[in-house]
Design a protein around this ligand. Structure first.
Ligand SMILES: *[C@@H]1O[C@H](CO)[C@@H](O)[C@H](O)[C@H]1NC(C)=O
Ligand SMILES: *[C@@H]1O[C@H](CO)[C@@H](O)[C@H](O)[C@H]1NC(C)=O
Ligand SMILES: *[C@@H]1O[C@H](CO)[C@@H](O)[C@H](O)[C@H]1NC(C)=O
Length: 485
């Protein structure tokens, strides 16, 4: 598998097969891979590390200068040992997930800070009250819900609670999930890191794609028209206030690039740390998948099963998939689509007949079975703000993916042709990709899925994400931790 080590761009090479074309290339790669392999053999790391040797970057230096995703580093010095010092960490998150199906940003906050608390850090989460009232916890992570209406974020109240706790014993580092902490408060905090789950420049691109996906006679909605009119001023405003945040965490490689190149934030204040998914929650389990297929009524003679998950709304690209799949099944009576999610497009999918199974929203354990039941995961989104967790979950489950060709997806997820397909966000391009998948067949897709699984277990684990954030927080606390390894 091709990984570039000396390319300053830090992107893996496209296409695996082309690297096998001649002997010279093979020899070159043998030499190239011997270096990380030796590196790994001489360290007392666990055996799983060797499976992702190909994606690990041998690199040393000041981490603040690194422009690639920190997930590519091994964090050799303390894989399973406790951190060198225990930090006191404040987290500002508009919501903290309890019970219900949480959004991506809340899940990120929860996964990350639960892991950091487990590693012995004293984590205090400042968040809004929820339906169950105020949550109280007696161990880290400590949850501080401010007073008021459930789900309504009031940063002033949270800030007061933070100040009180900070007076008792100062925090080493403060973490804000997007603009939970507004810039005029953030400005006062030199030890602040903010994780951006979507920025206005990404919305600009989404808005273009959403408008282009409108049918010729379909009128533009006044609300969307307003959004379109306002998006450029929004980008400019964001660029002007973003500099008030001391440290920026980009959750995709392309977001890191935008923050450096368009938002003009100095390199040393932009850090790329990809979101991770819980490796215990999502994994490969063939029998679970087969059992789910038959329980859901996918017939044994199905030649191919596609899957789509998430909210069934327009801006997630469902009009495109609906139309493309309608055309696909008119030619292929043995191709199936499993729809895991609910929303306005649910009924339309149901109307497509027995080749579409609409299952509604799913719990994480049902989702695990769902991913294992399909041959390929489709995400036709027209609005890929941040980084879509479903693509990572599918890859972690050993499945290849098909997704709209957006910078975040191209730069961070489908970084190798082997991992699946990308299409332009329109019906023709999606249908073309679907036809190619059908022609390729489930056996070849399973091979691709294996490559996805290897990549995901090296790059997208919650454990890797937590170690990377821990290292960033240590570096913010004390510069001596900024030098890697
Ligand atoms: C969209 O908004 C602009 C500016 O407010 C306005 O001039 C235009 O007529 C609107 N277009 C539609 C189709 O509503
Ligand atoms: C697949 O099997 C079902 C019965 O389980 C049958 O009704 C259907 O016609 C078959 N489809 C194809 C394409 O052979
Ligand atoms: C930073 O860490 C180094 C080495 O661990 C230590 O000697 C130094 O005192 C620390 N500095 C501060 C300001 O805590």
């Amino acid at each position: 598998m091709a990984l570039n080590i000396n390319n300053s761009n830090n992107k893996p090479k496209k296409s695996i097969s082309s690297s096998q074309s001649n002997l010279c290339t093979i020899l070159f790669f043998i030499v190239l891979f011997t270096i990380p392999a030796l590196f790994l053999l001489h360290t007392p790391t666990t055996s799983i590390c060797t499976t992702f040797a190909n994606h690990v970057k041998p690199w040393s230096g000041d981490l603040r200068a690194a422009q690639f995703a920190w997930n590519r580093l091994l964090f050799l010095q303390y894989p399973d040992q406790p951190p060198p010092i225990a930090l006191k960490i404040a987290v500002f998150s508009r919501k903290w997930p309890i019970g219900t199906t949480p959004g991506g940003m809340e899940r990120h906050a929860h996964t990350l800070h639960t892991a950091l608390a487990r590693r012995g850090h004293q984590v205090h989460v400042f968040t809004s009250p929820n339906q169950l009232g105020v949550i109280s916890t007696t161990s880290s992570p400590y949850i501080h819900c401010h007073e008021g209406e459930p789900g309504r974020w009031r940063y002033n109240k949270a800030w007061e609670q933070f100040m009180e706790e900070n007076k008792r014993e100062p925090f080493d580092v403060v973490h804000s999930e997007s603009v939970a902490l507004p810039h005029y408060i953030a400005r006062q905090l030199p030890n602040l890191a903010v994780s951006w789950h979507g920025i206005a420049l990404e919305s600009l691109q989404s808005d273009i794609f959403q408008d282009l996906a409108r049918r010729p006679n379909e009128p533009i909605s006044p609300a969307f028209n307003n959004t379109l009119q306002g998006v450029v001023p929004k980008v400019l405003n964001e660029i002007r206030f973003f500099k008030s945040y001391a440290h920026h965490v980009a959750i995709s490689d392309s977001c890191g690039e935008m923050l450096r190149d368009v938002y003009q934030i100095p390199n040393k204040r932009v850090h790329v740390i990809l979101n991770g998914v819980d490796e215990d929650e999502f994994g490969k389990d063939l029998s679970l998948g087969l059992e789910f297929r038959s329980r859901m009524g996918v017939p044994g003679n199905a030649s191919l099963v596609l899957g789509v998950a998430g909210r069934l709304v327009k801006d997630k690209g469902h009009p495109l998939l609906y139309e493309a799949f309608t055309k696909l099944i008119s030619k292929h009576p043995d191709v199936y689509l499993i729809v895991a999610g609910s929303g306005p497009w649910e009924q339309r999918y149901k109307d497509l007949g027995p080749q579409v199974l609409v299952l509604g929203s799913m719990s994480p354990s049902q989702l695990k079975a769902f991913y294992n039941a399909i041959d390929i995961f489709v995400n036709p989104t027209l609005r890929p703000q941040g980084l879509d967790l479903t693509l990572m979950e599918a890859m972690m489950s050993g499945k290849p993916v098909m997704a709209s060709r957006f910078p975040s997806i191209k730069g961070t997820i489908v970084v190798d042709d082997e991992f699946g397909y990308m299409f332009a966000p329109n019906v023709e391009s999606l249908l073309e990709a679907l036809e190619a998948v059908v022609e390729e067949g489930s056996e070849r897709l399973a091979q691709r899925g294996q490559a996805c699984r290897e990549y995901a277990t090296s790059m997208f684990t919650a454990r890797k994400m937590a170690l990377a954030y821990e290292r960033l927080f240590l570096c913010i606390k004390n510069e001596s931790f900024c030098t890697y390894p």
